[in-house]
Design a protein around this ligand. Structure first.
Ligand code: ADP
Length: 400
């Protein structure tokens, strides 16, 4: 019977899952899907690796299924699908590993308690990431669960890249720059040598441009700086997040506009970014299709800020050999990539205007001093690989 690994990425009202079969040839996707609208209008959809629907269910408007109910449905689906497989572990995407967790870890009750300490550092994500772990620990305590952190890849950054210029007593409370999207960056850094061995061995900036957007400077495969900081609200503007903000603005919002912490949280996480600037949508496809001036202003600001951050990360690296676009916008928006590359001409990026990689490939000319690439990210596969590795090390220790 073949082994299988499930991957869960749980959010506030939805979760995504993937199922991989593990064999001597490696990990192969068996199924992926999501449960959405868990508290308003729950829907479950699972497809196979070719995109053919395997299971679909809607519970109707006004139904609150919750995470536990959706997990029930997923477990039932997996049981049915897993007739020929043995589930050996579940890998979870967990946004915050704090200063403590620099690599994936098997979760037991004490690790779960340690991870709960980081809820205040990521209040909109961490509680939802941990909820299914707690639930599964109660239901199936023997089933290994591995937490994989968005922060872990960045924990090796030089101290100066992690520090805020704040008093030591505050820094020591863990108020430092953590950086996020680490699983995506780790995956891209892992496959880059197949595309560009010279660049991968050198200095790279990866642009993870999706609903959440950030950029990471990578030297010799290791993160040395990133645009996200203490929280995932820092750095680039995003779908609904503002990105870097003068802290004086927060004081102004409190003193002059009478906003409290919750109102400011809503503003900076849910009402800003592409949505706030455009007044139209957080979705890049909608903005690119719009002729409204607000849509243009939002895209212009996004691209301007990407260019500024590129300069900053290039300085942190002391030069750049390659840049890589990934995630929803980075992988799909040719026009945005072209504008970013044209703006980066000063850095040595020479766009190949004819390049149109469907999927993955090079978008710079052969003569370009800095090579530019599109590489689809695969955070789920990265989590499955980590899960397999932690389990393998464990059985090795048990047998050894
Ligand atoms: P998340 O951070 O939620 O994982 P994604 O990586 O899926 O986000 O990225 C979602 C973003 O990608 C949205 O803004 C969406 O409009 C954009 N996107 C997806 N396809 C295209 C496309 N063909 N052209 C432009 N933008 C696209």
């Amino acid at each position: 019977m073949a082994d299988a690994i499930a991957v869960l990425n749980a959010g506030s009202s939805s979760f995504k899952f993937s199922l991989f079969a593990d064999s001597a040839q490696g990990l192969a996707l068996v199924s992926r899907g999501q449960a959405e609208g868990l508290y308003t209008s729950p829907r479950f959809l699972a497809k196979d690796d070719a995109g053919v629907t395997l299971d679909e269910k809607s519970w109707g408007d006004g139904v609150s299924l919750g995470h536990a109910g959706a997990l029930d449905h997923l477990v039932g689906f997996l049981r049915q699908r897993l007739a020929k497989h043995r589930l050996v572990g579940v890998g979870h995407r967990v946004v915050h590993g704090g200063p403590e967790f620099a690599r994936p870890v098997r979760v037991d009750a004490s690790i779960l308690a340690a991870l709960e300490k980081y809820v205040p550092l990521a209040p909109l994500h961490q509680p939802h990431n941990l909820a299914p772990i707690r639930e599964l620990l109660e239901r199936s305590p023997q089933l290994p669960q591995i937490a994989c952190f968005d922060t872990a890849f960045h924990r090796g950054q030089p101290p100066v890249a992690q520090a805020f210029a704040l008093p030591k007593a505050i820094t020591e409370r863990g108020v430092i720059r953590y950086g996020f999207h680490g699983l995506s960056y780790e995956y891209v850094a892992g496959v880059l040598p197949e595309y560009d061995p010279r660049g991968a061995a050198g200095k790279v900036v990866v642009l993870h441009l999706g609903n959440g957007s950030s950029m990471c400077a990578i030297a010799g495969g290791r993160s040395v700086a990133s645009t996200m900081g203490f929280t995932a609200a820092d750095g680039l503007p995003m779908g609904t997040r503002c990105g870097s903000l003068d802290p004086g603005v927060v004081l102004y919002l409190m003193d002059e506009l009478g906003m409290d912490a919750r109102a400011i949280e809503k503003l900076i996480y849910q009402q800003s970014g592409l949505l706030g600037v455009s007044g139209i949508s957080s979705d890049m496809r909608t903005l690119e299709a719009s002729s409204e001036p607000g849509a243009k202003a939002a895209i212009d600001l996004y691209i301007y800020r990407i260019g500024r951050e590129l300069g900053s990360l290039a300085a942190a690296l002391g030069g750049v050999d390659a840049i890589v676009f990934t995630a929803g916008i980075g992988e799909n928006s040719r026009s945005l990539r072209e504008r970013v590359c044209r703006d980066a001409h000063w850095l040595g990026v020479e766009l190949d205007a004819n390049a149109d990689p469907r999927g993955a490939g090079r978008i710079s000319t052969a003569a370009s001093r800095v090579s530019a690439w599109v590489i689809p990210t695969n955070e789920e596969l990265m989590i499955a690989r980590h899960t397999r590795k932690v389990l393998g090390m464990q059985s090795h220790q048990e047998h050894g």
